[in-house]
Write a new protein. Structure first.
Length: 146
């Protein structure tokens, strides 16, 4: 049945799709093509612009959207701070929240590392953020229905 909560859940899922899809598009499609076809200065400039735009879109739209819809869904489900320690839905949601915070931290640190010229650290943080995003989605799909 489609109701307002289905729409809220849909928006939450679309936000996750855009976040993970953006990371995958940049890392699996854009970066390899840029490495093959662009000189280092042009590639660096392109990736800087893409990274900044993705970061701004994430900070301005995706993260607030995920937080608002996630909090609304949790409140609708009756989740409390105490219930996050309970087996089943609570612990699974708590794991997803911890993974989400770690992914956001890795993404933010990635941006800092790029700006500070720490390329190796930036790459490790990008991989960590991407892998962690998969964990967030996995935990989301594993949330018990009831």
């Amino acid at each position: 049945m489609l109701d307002a909560w289905s729409l809220v859940r849909f928006v939450h899922v679309v936000g996750a799709i855009v976040w993970l899809g953006g990371q995958l598009t940049i890392s699996a499609l854009v970066m390899p093509a840029a490495r093959r076809r662009l000189a280092e200065p042009d590639r660096a400039a392109l990736m800087r612009v893409l990274g900044m735009r993705f970061g701004i879109a994430s900070a301005a739209v995706l993260i607030p959207l995920q937080l608002a819809t996630g909090v609304a869904l949790a409140a609708h489900k009756g989740v409390t701070w105490a219930s996050l320690a309970e087996p089943g839905y609570g612990r699974m949601l708590a794991g997803k929240l911890v993974a989400f915070v770690l992914v956001m931290l890795a993404a933010a640190l990635h941006g800092w590392a790029i700006g500070a010229g720490h390329r190796t650290l930036a790459k490790a943080l990008a991989v960590s953020s991407l892998a962690g995003s998969f964990v967030v989605v996995l935990l989301a799909t594993a949330l018990p229905v009831s």
